[in-house]
Write a protein that binds this ligand. Structure first.
Ligand code: VG1
Ligand code: CO
Length: 545
């Protein structure tokens, strides 16, 4: 092998955010940019000598080129073997599955998840550790520190590019490369969790019609294989199922705004029984019933309440966890089940320790992410299978299942308002000002709602004792109403302020009311306390979900 040492200087903006390093494609295409970040991973994580590294991405623009760079740098840094998804593809949950199944020491995921792709879109790199989950903050901060002082990177040259489209075992620049089917291991895992027989009966009964919208992103091949081939759903069940490097020009974010093709099919007189969508890298999910949207926070609560219907969770749950802005709906299920419920900062990396320690079995976020201890990432197709398994057992509509849940536990009206592309200083100033107001807020009242607690959320990890500070401003009102403010850590231009609103409604006769209507007063209080209009000049959010 011909290892070249290339001199470099730091880029000062390589701090990973909520989920890896995300930048515009053009930034990643700058000479040395990707190389610097990769070398920072190799140098800070330490000894890769002879070990196995998994590599794959969501297939977006620049994925294939980046894989070649990773292979050359992995070889130069002494990696023993790379497990590569064919075509450079692996969904985020499949990556987690592969790392765990083959005992890899880590994995490099190429994705900017739900952010748009293509030459003018976003690209991203995320490092996962040996448990299959996103690197915890200690590791990402060490990578960042390394990137600030990097002076050289190592790369193997002297051979033509590696053919990433052939399955099999090869040697490339002296390193073993095993090209694997990106779907097979993941699909096999799914078969061990769910009652495929029962789901397949439902899908072929002629009484149940569904669509899965892969949004031209990574889940297409997974969904074709699992829903159509293994479970026997009719061809055409999967829509937008061919991954495209620019996601067909769309925004691969499974919500009511961006998954418009699916939303159209799921509404109106001819609507189907079940609809679902996933995001760019396959870790998010949106669940729809006939003319009915399931909020992600409710979805987590419903899955927790019905977990025993699924073979893998038949013995019950050890505990559950949710990120701080996720609604308190799952807390009520945990209380009824008498199991612990943990509140963590935003981002999947905070669930890893709780899952590894066996303290929780299910966890989720309001941002269309749900998962369990079967891997260490959130998992879109898994969530869809979970819903299908419970629908196959309960033989009720999605709407009936969710409404029955509200009747038993009460409903948490919930909304998220995003103010995108704000000036970074303005956004930081808004959060700083809120932090300053906290001491005076407690006990004060807004429109008849009294503030009963408020803080700048800080998380003490009960497993390793690490502390994550400044994770969001929480304001809790009497009667279980809440506002949470935080800034996004996944954007690539300006800053995004996220304002999360929720209000508990125990009265069944009021639970069917309109969400945005029910949260109108709280939204205006959030605007008032946060001085949103004065500081940002925005009268309304860019997106309300
Ligand atoms: C967003 C979501 C967060 C999620 C993260 C990664 O982060 O709010 O819940 O974990 O995206 O999801 P932020 O910092 O922008 O709010 V994904 O599907 O991009 O892996
Ligand atoms: Co994602």
């Amino acid at each position: 092998m011909n290892v070249k040492t290339v001199a470099t200087t730091p880029f000062n903006d390589q701090r990973p955010g909520t989920s890896g390093l995300r930048k515009k494609v053009a930034e990643f295409q700058q000479p040395r940019y990707l190389e610097n970040f990769l070398q920072s991973i190799f140098d800070s994580v330490g000894d890769f000598g002879g070990k196995t590294l998994a590599v794959g991405g969501d297939g977006r623009f620049h994925n294939r080129e980046a894989v070649q760079t990773i292979l050359r740098m992995a070889a130069a840094n002494g990696v023993g073997r790379v497990l590569l998804g064919r075509g450079g593809l692996l969904s985020t949950p499949a990556m987690s599955c592969v790392i765990r199944k083959y005992g890899a020491c880590g994995g490099i995921v190429l994705s900017a998840s739900h952010n748009p792709g293509g030459p003018n879109g976003d690209f991203g790199v995320k490092y996962n550790v040996a448990n299959g989950g996103p690197a915890p903050e200690g590791v990402t901060e060490a990578i960042y520190a390394e990137s600030r002082k990097i002076i050289r990177y190592l790369i193997a040259d002297g051979e033509a590019d590696f053919d990433i489209d052939r399955i099999g075992s090869f040697v490339f620049t002296g390193m073993k490369v095993e090209v694997i089917d990106p779907v097979a291991d993941y699909a096999a895992l799914m078969e061990t969790l769910f009652d495929f027989g029962r789901i397949s009966q439902l899908l072929s009964s002629g009484r149940f019609a569904m669509r899965f919208d892969a949004m031209h992103a990574i889940t297409g091949p997974y969904a074709h294989d699992i829903f159509e081939k293994r479970l026997g759903a009719p061809a055409g069940t999967v829509m937008n199922g061919t991954p495209l490097t620019d996601f067909g020009g769309g925004h691969p974010d499974p919500n009511l705004v961006h998954a418009h093709d699916l939303v159209a099919i799921m509404n109106g007189p001819g609507a189907l029984d079940f609809g679902a969508a996933s995001d760019g890298d396959g870790d998010r999910n949106m669940i729809l019933g006939r003319n009915f949207f399931v909020s992600p926070s409710d979805s987590l609560a419903v899955l927790a309440a019905n977990a025993r219907l699924v073979p893998f969770y038949a013995a019950g749950l050890a505990g559950v966890a949710r990120s701080l802005p996720t609604s308190l709906a799952v807390d009520r299920v945990a209380a009824a089940l008498k199991i612990p419920c943990y509140e963590t900062p935003t981002g999947w990396k905070y669930f890893g320790n709780l899952l590894d320690a066996g303290r929780i079995t299910l966890c989720g976020e309001e941002s269309f992410g749900t998962g369990s201890n079967h891997v260490r990432e959130k998992d879109g197709v898994w969530a869809v299978l979970f819903w299908l398994n419970l629908l196959a057992c309960r033989r009720e509509s999605v709407e009936a299942v969710v409404k029955a849940h509200w009747r038993s536990y009460g409903r948490n009206f919930y909304a998220r308002h995003d103010y995108e592309d704000l000036d970074t200083e303005v956004a930081n100033g808004l959060i700083d000002a809120l932090r300053g107001k906290l001491p005076a807020l407690k006990g004060s009242a807004f429109g008849g709602l009294e503030v009963v607690h408020c803080d700048d959320f800080s998380y003490l990890d009960p497993v390793d004792g690490s502390v994550a500070e400044h994770q969001g401003i929480r304001i809790g009102f009497a009667g279980d109403a809440r506002i949470v403010y935080r800034l996004s850590g996944t954007g690539t231009t300006g800053a995004t302020l996220r304002v999360y609103l929720e209000r508990y409604e125990p009265d069944p006769s009021r639970q069917d009311r309109d969400v945005q209507e029910e949260l109108r007063d709280l939204a205006s209080i959030a605007g008032q306390i946060g001085e949103i209009a004065q500081r940002t000049g925005r009268q309304s959010p860019s997106v309300a979900t």
